[in-house]
Design a protein around this ligand. Structure first.
Ligand code: PLP
Length: 398
């Protein structure tokens, strides 16, 4: 009997990768072991975050780092740090922002559902630029001068959402923002792999960068990383750590908290609602270690082989497939075009039938509008290959 049987839950086949909705990435045994061992003792949490800060600084090239409960929480804490800095009064006031600059400039094409995390700290966005190719009305996208034009005395920061295709280039946005004395917060939650991004975005001059711990890093699903300038990470740490200590006994860890900037001991901050445990912090650090060492790369050829087996199992011309092979430390991926399948179901219907089959299969849904299913290999086991071929064959009538 497994824990799933005990609670009447039926696991699925996850062919979508490390998505939160389906429980994130599979955790390696060493990460689970770290969680287990960390639970065995008590230790002050700021000391654990202090160790995390030093390690994350070393591996990202940033001045400091913090383990957060997901990249989304890192975005909220990063925004809270930029708004409140080391003012205990402002920390207490958030998410209300009367009397402080509270606007973040953002490219209109960077707006997305996760910016709610930044707004949750009290930020109001000022959107700039257009994505004319998407509108079918031109060739230009957001340009760096548009940030410059939008920055004024009410501007607290810039939010930049990193993807391989993001425009304008991060370095240009950083240059404009810094010339105007405004920090740049980067959402790079989906920016790994490549693992070089762990350092490259900080090297671009970003003040704070957020990564997800439960995606490619394969730490606990509820973890994330906020790294960047020491004073901002310090403010974020103060706003997240539990501060139910006596002021006469409180000794903020110098490694983590820039005490001389704090005039008074703040109460629980806005980030107290998104706390992380020592077990999560230490298992995330273990996962980061495996990730940067390249331990996961050894699995990539096997992942590609599984996708090739699925493609071979389906490939008789009625369901055209495309296999994107492993590139560097990027996952391989398989797309299956079901738009001309014999049964004539739309890709949406096929995806829905797979979700309701036995076993239930969740395929990647990013290309359904183009008639394609995406198979992401991160979670697939050898035994899933034949099941996926069988169920897709059933749903499409191939
Ligand atoms: C996944 C994701 C997030 C949220 O990350 P969590 O670690 O799940 O909180 C935020 N932004 C982007 C772009 C993402 O892809």
């Amino acid at each position: 009997m497994s824990i799933y049987d005990d609670w009447g839950l039926t696991p699925i086949i996850n062919a979508s990768g490390a998505v939160t909705r389906l429980g994130g990435a599979p955790m390696p045994a060493a990460v689970l072991q770290a969680y287990h061992e960390a639970a065995a003792c008590a230790v002050p949490l700021d000391e654990v975050q202090g160790v995390a800060s030093r390690y994350l600084a070393e591996v990202t090239g940033a001045e400091a780092g913090l383990v957060t409960c997901g990249a989304s929480a890192a975005l909220m804490l990063g925004a809270a740090a930029i708004l409140a800095r080391h003012s205990p009064a402002r920390m207490e006031q958030l998410p209300r922002t009367e009397g402080m600059p509270n606007r973040f400039v953002i490219a209109r094409e960077h707006r997305n559902g996760y910016d709610h995390a930044v707004r949750a700290a009290g930020v109001c966005f000022v959107d700039v630029g257009y994505h004319e190719p998407i509108a079918g009305a031109g060739v230009r996208r957001c340009e760096a001068w548009e940030y410059d034009a939008a920055i004024d005395e009410s501007t607290a920061g810039v939010l930049y959402v990193w993807t391989e295709d993001s425009q304008p280039p991060l370095a240009e946005v950083v240059q404009v923002a810094h010339r105007r004395g405004v920090p740049v917060l980067v959402d790079a939650a989906g920016g790994l792999p490549p693992r070089s991004n762990l350092r490259d975005l900080i090297a671009c001059g970003a003040d704070l960068v957020c990564f997800s711990g439960g995606k490619a890093i394969r730490g606990p699903q509820g973890t994330g990383i906020l790294c960047g300038r020491r004073e901002l990470v310090s403010s974020a740490a103060v706003q997240m750590l539990d501060l139910d200590d006596h002021p006469a006994l409180w000794e903020p860890l110098p490694d983590l908290i820039v005490r001389e900037k704090l005039h008074g001991m703040p109460r629980h901050g806005i980030g107290r609602s998104v706390k992380v445990s020592k077990e999560e912090i230490l298992s995330l650090l273990t996962a980061v270690k495996l990730f940067i060492r390249g331990d996961y790369d050894a699995e990539l050829p096997r992942m590609e082989a599984r996708l090739r087996q699925i493609a071979d199992g389906l490939n008789d011309g009625q369901l055209p497939t495309e296999l994107i092979p492993v590139r560097g430390d990027h996952y391989p991926q398989l797309t299956i075009d079901v738009s001309r399948a014999p049964l004539g179901h739309s890709a949406w219907s096929v995806a829905r039938m797979l979700r309701h089959g036995s076993p239930r299969i969740y395929v990647g849904h990013g290309l359904l509008t183009t008639g394609k299913l995406v198979i992401h290999p991160l979670h697939l086991r050898d035994e899933d290959v034949a099941v996926i071929v069988r169920e897709i064959t059933r749903a499409t009538g191939r």
